[in-house]
Structure formats: C-alpha cells, structure tokens
Design a binder for this molecule. Sequence first.
Ligand code: MN
Length: 267
Amino acid sequence: MTMSLDDVRYELALANRIIAHEGVLDGFGHVSVRHPDDPGRYLLARSRSPELIEPGDLLEFTLDSEPVTPPKGEMYGERVIHGCIYQARPDVNAVCHHHSHAVLPFCVTGIALEPVFHMGPVMGQVVPMWDSRDEFGDTDLMVVKPEEGRSLARALGPNWMVLMARHGATVAGRTLHELVFRTVYSHANAEIQLRSMAIGKIGALNAAERQRAEPRQLQPRPMARAWEYWTMRLQKTGGLPPAVKSRASANGSKKRISEGRARRSRR
Ligand code: MN
C-alpha cells in the first residue's frame, strides 16, 4: 500500500513526537523519511525540537541534502546524516539521529551495545561504532560536511544502527514504522544493558538467537501493536500533531481541510 504524501507528512510528524515522547529524542535529534514518490528526495523538518514538529514544518531535500525550494526558517545542521545514508542504502527509507542518554554511555566508553533481551536484536545483529577522529581529527563533533556524512554511512554499512563516539547514534529502517520500532527498542536495550552491567556480568543473546529474534519482532503485527500503543500514549497527553494542511487547503479549499480533520480524528 502506497501512502499519499500528506499521509506520510502526518506520519513523520507523529514519528518525531513518538520517539521524543518515549524519551529517546529530547530538544535535539531528528527523523526523516524518503519521499514516497521520488526516491531521490527525503522529508525532514526545519530546525525545531522533534516533540513540536507539525506536518507544516517538513521540508523536501535532495539526497545531497539541499532544500528543493528555499526554506523560510533554519535547517538542521546535521541533515547530511540523512542524505548520505539514503544515497548509500537504497533499502533504507527512514532515518533517526539521536543523543539518547541510555545509548550515550556506550558511545563514551566504546563498550559494545549488544542485544540483552528478546527485543534487543531489532537494533541489528551488529552495532558498529563511528569515531569522527579517525578520518577528521579534532572537530566540534557535529556531522555537517558531506564527507563526514559519507564516512558515517560507510560505518553503518549494511547494519541498522551506528554509534557515534562521544555524540549519539543513528538508526535506519526499511519503513518509518520499522525505524521507530528499532529506535525505541535499541534505546530500551541500552537502558537494560546498563542496569544489568551495574549489578553483574551480562549474558547477551547468542548469534542464532539474534538471527531468529530480529525478523520475529519486525513482523507487521508486533510493529502495528507498538505503533498503536505509542500513538495512544501520545494522544493522552494531547500531543498528536495537527492535521496536514495540504497545498489545496493553503489555497482556501475547505474540502481538503475537512479531509485533514477527518484523517486526524480517525487516528
Ligand atoms: Mn547530533
């Protein structure tokens, strides 16, 4: 099923808010999705905190991370993270960059993030580490140059999550829902691994368990169940994004506005 651009814009605003509400993103970090009709573009918000993102904040970028039309506001400095991963990985359709406080201790110590419970393998079989010092020496740690984004994408390789030394992490997904699932549960795994390491020696899942658990957890039913749960949690706080104002409604069409309201009320 192909979603309309307006539906994708609403879902991306919702995904930003869900990941923030679940405690992975804070005032910083961002989520993007590949354009549903043009694999050579992606959608990403203007520079704004993820929990506040509305469909109207979303901008279109080329895979070189140039805005398709000149934006009115500021853009995220680290948007090359998204563009470079979409260039390197045709199978990736959604990306999240974050600075989760549960994941950061692994980025600081270099201790491997490993699946330690049954949901953990959704972060991928291996979580590589990228260190900006290796290729770029002393920087301000921000990934803003295309060559830095390409280096990070190379470190991600065929995996689904890459740790960034002294900075954070970047997660990829084949769909937006899969990305949110991988992001929230890799953060949960990091929290559980940290607590477990504080009280004893960890026993992570073995290779065969990881290979079996990842596809099992990424089936449509568990992903839909989690998506509904996270959406309802957000709804209870009054935190759902406002309805999409499509281009037609911006031109004054009441029909499109009412369609947007109907779409919002169905969720
Ligand atoms: Mn960052």
